[in-house]
Design a protein. Structure first.
Length: 233
């Protein structure tokens, strides 16, 4: 299956960027869904315009499972998620009791795995998710660590070293479209649109002191939504 398929076996690839800044430059960071300010605009220049086979690839790393999330990049690290054990394309139906999500941390320069963490699913999960599977939420990271959202299984914070810092519950609701909205970091807050999981139309969940504990705040908006929260001035 092609890497760019909507629901795909996981592979992470990095393009060679001719004349770009060094790979550790913060100007190349893409630390959450849609990048800086959620604008989906990169400041990089001279990027490849062809990506077929191994052309323009600096490295490629195969990982377990499948997923629909996007990889993120922060300084020298790449983070991406996947799922295994149940409803993985080309692997048969599997067993829901074996459903797990995975968070991978890779070296940005060479693609080598630094660490990985497994999260068992809170059951029962949605028996069938349309199109995108069970790992569709893109992580978000800052200098302190990385946040992932796995629907009814919760919100998880991990340190840069891969230590689990906390888990926060957002509710047990499920939906035929699954869970895909991504977390947003703002100062010491993690903001999650969990209106499906919470069972409350339009509820958005906030977690304060995001790398220390999961003190929970709640904000209610006007309607059921699956969109990523976008912060404005």
């Amino acid at each position: 299956m092609k890497l760019y398929a909507f629901l795909r076996p996981i592979a992470v690839a990095v393009l060679l960027v001719s004349g770009a800044l060094p790979i550790t430059s913060k100007s190349g960071d893409w630390s959450g869904w849609r990048g800086p300010g959620a604008m989906a605009v990169s400041q990089s220049r001279n990027v490849p315009v062809v990506w077929e086979g191994d052309e323009s690839l600096a490295w490629k790393t195969e990982l377990d499972g499948a997923g629909g999330s996007s990889p993120i990049v922060l300084e020298e690290r790449v983070y991406v998620t996947s799922y295994t054990g149940y409803a993985v394309p080309d692997e048969g139906p599997g067993d829901m009791s074996q459903l797990k999500r995975h968070l991978f941390c890779l070296n940005r320069s060479n693609g080598k795995l630094i660490w990985s963490r497994d999260v068992a699913a809170e059951l029962p999960e949605q028996q069938k998710v349309r199109d995108h599977g069970y790992a569709s939420s893109t992580p978000v990271a800052d200098a302190n660590g990385v946040i992932v959202f796995f629907g009814k299984s919760g919100v998880f914070a991990f340190s840069r070293a891969g230590e689990k810092l906390w888990r926060a519950d957002v509710g047990a609701g499920i939906h035929g479209w699954g869970s895909a909205t991504s977390p947003v970091l703002y100062k010491n807050l993690v903001i999650i649109n969990a209106s499906v999981e919470s069972g409350s139309p339009g509820k958005c969940n906030c977690f304060a002191s995001c790398m220390d504990d999961e003190e929970r705040l709640q904000r209610v908006v006007t309607r059921l939504s699956r969109r990523l929260p976008l912060l404005g001035a």
